[in-house]
Design a protein around this ligand. Structure first.
Ligand code: ADP
Length: 271
């Protein structure tokens, strides 16, 4: 049995911006079959910063990709708001990703020939939407790159490029921003700045962020951490600190994927 962690004491009053229910993802066939997700039910509450943690190969990226509509589940369902992603055509999924979801990747993925300003408004321009300049200006203020708007990405440090990528992800005010190891290519100081920025987007600007990371220090910036092991959700932790997250990771038993050999449960939350 997998614990149902869609609800819980930390989530009262916060409906999920994104959620998966009984999510399974199977790769390969026969002897080569891999259950990357094995019955995961989890909600990512609106207006919160959630980190997805777990050992390498535990299914973090697969969960994020399926929750964000970048990949499809083998069984189970994924919702953004009230929209069941499984009910959408490819075209509708493309529009949903464009209009309702923001993405931040480890490798920044800025367009090298465009300026900082053009990169930030690119998704809106592609959608033919008129940018809300007051919002974009506020974002530029928050990312602290107002004096770099006409620079190209190659003229910026990695940390600055990732801050541009965060602004780009937020420019259209998506319902949820998914960040996949956003600090993976950064030194700890630049990484800290990017994490602080993601935290401000949530706590000062009311956005919703879901971040995959394997770094306890990064996870400690989140309001809540959900832990995966062997494709299953095994625990969640509210108000994490790096030390508590690290302790929790150390407690994973590599064989069963659960902590100290016990079955992970929602009771592990908010300790
Ligand atoms: P994590 O992000 O936690 O490192 P992943 O979600 O990338 O984990 O992978 C979970 C499991 O699924 C791993 O065993 C991985 O090898 C496997 N996997 C991921 N993508 C594929 C794929 N395209 N084909 C086959 N196996 C895959």
């Amino acid at each position: 049995m997998t614990a149902d962690l869609t609800s819980g004491p930390t989530l009262v009053g916060a409906p999920p911006a994104a959620r998966v229910t009984d999510a399974a993802k199977v790769y390969g066939k026969g002897d080569a079959v891999v259950r990357a997700l094995d019955g995961v039910t989890v909600g990512f509450p609106a207006g919160r910063f959630t980190a997805i943690m777990g050992p390498s190969g535990s299914g973090k990226s697969t969960l994020m990709h399926c929750a964000a509509g970048l990949d499809t589940l083998t069984s189970g369902s994924a919702h953004i708001g009230d929209t069941d992603l499984g009910s959408l055509t490819d075209r509708q999924l493309t529009l949903l990703r464009r209009d309702r979801v923001g993405f931040v990747f480890q490798s920044f993925n800025l367009v090298p020939t465009l300026t900082v300003a053009e990169n930030i408004t690119l998704p809106l321009d592609l959608a033919g939407a008129r940018p809300d300049m007051a919002w974009v200006d506020a974002l530029i203020d928050v990312v602290g790159l107002g004096d770099r708007l006409l620079h190209r990405p190659s003229e910026l440090s990695g940390g600055q490029q990732q801050r541009v990528a965060v602004a780009r992800a937020l420019a259209g005010r998506p319902e949820v921003v998914f960040a996949d190891e956003p600090t993976g290519n950064l030194d700890s100081r630049s990484g800290g700045e990017v994490l602080e920025l993601l935290g401000r987007a949530v706590h000062d600007m009311g956005r919703t962020v879901v971040m995959v990371t394997h770094d306890p220090v990064a996870a400690a910036h989140a309001d809540e951490v959900v832990f995966l092991a062997d494709g299953r959700l095994v625990d969640r932790m509210a108000r994490p600190t790096a030390g508590r997250v690290l302790d929790r990771m150390k407690a994973f038993d590599g064989r069963t994927g659960t902590a100290d050999g016990r079955t992970g449960t929602a009771e592990g939350a908010a300790r």
